[in-house]
Design a protein around this ligand. Structure first.
Ligand SMILES: *Cc1c(COP(=O)(O)O)cnc(C)c1O
Length: 350
């Protein structure tokens, strides 16, 4: 995988070809080729898509953001059908599902995605799509992807996995039976908190064509600079994820011992940790204001460590505890990270 991350999506190895696909700024192209117009395609997107497609094991199409990718694939579900989705998935995904349900387009059934029996019981002949996010954001529940894919396919439903948290280095859902993978490539794939971009990957030609068609018409296309930045970030995905995971594992052990921490959620992989503070929401707010190395900011997956209390957002599910703080562990020195966390946690006990 590390070789693919470095090698995929390069121009042909020929004399005087650049090593990296340049930023191609073009709204239109000379007629008679494959692309024709800037809303239909772009060489820089294509290089990024080839690289993510190689890592996930399918063909990729990039979008203006993770939500542009997610709403595009959700809107492909035929009216009148049912979608089964995790109760604790990304709040934007939940908001779009709720909007579709409110307009009478779809039925939505929310489940605990880590409870395979409960999800299987929700799957019947009306279900067109099982949406999986694993680990979930921010509850960090883990789904049994192969078992859920089997159960969904048995009733004729498709399976889409939001693989943002795990990244293709940790989990490759297309090889486990999923039909489609989506990413907020804004997060780990880009990895530097400087670009919004999303991606859809599938090995099903029919779905690929439908998503391509929807992108052409809806126009939620990525910026060329963003695609270039995302591909540049992806080149070091494996190094960043390895280091961030090692840091996360080191912090989890220490957080579990700290008296200000009531509960630590960590699935054992990835670099997002969620902690619940013994002092409740006020302690959590004080904690997020008291760090100096850790940045108080939403989003995740950057080289820098960041944290936030998720329930500060309206629209976050009410079943997410008020005191839950999500930590996105970066690639700094783990002892520096711990020093800052422990002093900020200590303030909540004072
Ligand atoms: C951030 C995020 C999204 C949304 O992506 P944007 O790039 O912000 O539009 C979707 N799913 C998950 C799991 C996320 O963390």
């Amino acid at each position: 995988m590390s070789t693919l991350a470095v090698k995929a999506g390069r121009p042909p190895s020929e004399p005087d070809q650049p090593l990296n696909e340049p930023i191609v700024m073009a709204s239109t192209y000379v007629a008679g080729g494959e692309v024709e117009y800037g809303r239909y395609g772009n060489q820089t997107w294509r290089a990024f898509e080839d690289a993510v497609g190689a890592l996930e094991g399918g063909r990729a199409l990039s979008f203006a953001s993770g939500m542009a990718a997610i709403t595009t694939v959700l809107d492909l579900v035929a009216p009148g059908q049912t979608v089964v989705a995790p109760r604790h998935c990304y709040q934007g995904t939940l908001a779009h599902l709720a909007a579709l349900e409110q307009r009478g387009v779809l039925e939505v059934v929310l489940v605990d995605i880590d409870n395979t029996a409960q999800v299987a019981a929700a799957l019947d002949d009306n279900v067109a799509l099982l949406w999986i996010e694993s680990p979930t954001n921010p509850a960090l529940e883990v789904a049994d992807i192969p078992a859920l894919c089997d159960a969904a396919h048995a009733v004729g439903a498709r399976v889409i996995v939001d693989n943002t948290f795990a990244t293709p280095l940790v989990q490759r859902p297309l090889t486990q039976g999923a039909d489609v993978v989506v990413h907020s490539a804004t997060k780990y794939i880009s990895g530097h908190s400087d670009a919004l971009i999303g991606i859809v990957v599938t090995s099903d030609d029919q779905i690929h064509r439908a998503v391509d068609e929807a992108r052409r018409v809806r126009g939620a296309i990525p910026g060329t600079l963003e695609a270039w930045l995302a591909l540049r970030g992806l080149r070091t995905l494996h190094l960043r994820v390895e280091r961030a995971q090692a840091n996360a594992a080191g912090l989890v052990a220490r957080l579990r011992e700290h008296p200000a921490v009531d509960r630590v959620r960590y699935p054992g992989f990835g670099a997002v940790i969620a902690i619940e503070l013994t002092g409740g929401a006020d302690a959590a707010d004080l904690f997020t204001r008291s760090t100096s190395l850790w940045v108080h900011a939403t989003s995740l997956g950057g080289v820098e460590s960041s944290l936030e209390r998720r329930r500060r957002w309206q629209g976050e599910p009410l079943t997410i505890p008020e005191s839950l703080v999500r930590l996105s562990v970066g690639i700094e020195d783990v002892d520096d990270l711990w020093k800052d966390l422990s002093q900020a946690l200590g303030q909540t006990l004072a």
